[in-house]
Unconditional design. Structure first.
Length: 211
C-alpha cells in the first residue's frame, strides 16, 4: 500500500511540476509579445470613379471594394450576401465588366470606373433592365436584386460583344440571347426566393428591345 501511495504521489508530483514549468516559461514569452507594439494597418490613397463621380479615399489596404462602396461611400444598394463570392448579391460593373465586389480589394481599382445599381438609373429615369424587372416581377424580397440587375445588364453586353459561354455550341459564332444562354451566364447570381423565371423574362424583354 505504501509503495502504491508513493507511486501515486510521484505521478501527481510529475504532473504538478510540468504544469508549473509550463506556466513559468510562458511568462517571459507573454511579456516579450506585450513589448512588441502591434503593427499599424497599412493605409493608402485610392482614387476611383463611382457612378460618374471621382472619389479619393484613404483606405486600409485590406478594405474590399464592397465595403468601400457601402461603408465609405454609403452606396448601400450593393448588398453583402455571402461575402465569399458565391451568391452574386454584391455584383457591380467595373470598366464594363461585372465582378463580385466582395472578392476584390479597393486598392486594385485605382483609377477604375465603377457602376453600382445606383448608377444604372434613378426612380424617375429607370434603366431598361430595372423597368423590366418591375414589369415582370423579377424579385421578391429584393435583397439579391441589385446584383441580379447589374449582372443582367452585363450579360446582354457580353453576348453582344461575342464573349463565349459554356453552353455555346460554336464559340466562333456570335451567341444569341436565348433563354439557355442567359440562364447559364446568370448562374452565379443566386435568388433564394426563386424568382429565376421572372428574371429570365425580364432579360428576354430587354434583349428583344435591343434587337
Amino acid at each position: 500500500m505504501d509503495a502504491a501511495n508513493d507511486l501515486h504521489l510521484s505521478r501527481r508530483g510529475v504532473l504538478a511540476a510540468g504544469a508549473a514549468s509550463a506556466a513559468v516559461s510562458a511568462v517571459p514569452f507573454a511579456e516579450a509579445q506585450a513589448a512588441v507594439p502591434a503593427a499599424a494597418p497599412s493605409v493608402m490613397p485610392v482614387s476611383i470613379e463611382v457612378n460618374g463621380k471621382r472619389h479619393t479615399l484613404q483606405l486600409d489596404t485590406r478594405t474590399t471594394l464592397l465595403d468601400t462602396l457601402r461603408e465609405h461611400l454609403r452606396l448601400t444598394g450593393t448588398k453583402k450576401g455571402c461575402d465569399h463570392g458565391q451568391c452574386g448579391a454584391c455584383t457591380v460593373i467595373v470598366n464594363g465588366e461585372r465582378i463580385n465586389s466582395c472578392l476584390s480589394l479597393a486598392v486594385q481599382h485605382q483609377g477604375d470606373k465603377v457602376t453600382t445599381i445606383e448608377g444604372l438609373g434613378t426612380p424617375d429615369r429607370l434603366h431598361p433592365m430595372q423597368a423590366a424587372f418591375i414589369a415582370h416581377d423579377g424579385y421578391q424580397c429584393g435583397y439579391c436584386t441589385p446584383g441580379q440587375i447589374c449582372s443582367a445588364v452585363s450579360v446582354l453586353d457580353e453576348i453582344k460583344r461575342g464573349v463565349p459561354s459554356h453552353v455555346q455550341a460554336d464559340i466562333t459564332t456570335t451567341a444569341k440571347p436565348t433563354n439557355m444562354e442567359m440562364r447559364e451566364r446568370m448562374s452565379g447570381n443566386i435568388c433564394r426566393c426563386g424568382a429565376y423565371s421572372n428574371i429570365a423574362e425580364a432579360m428576354a424583354d430587354v434583349a428583344g428591345n435591343r434587337a
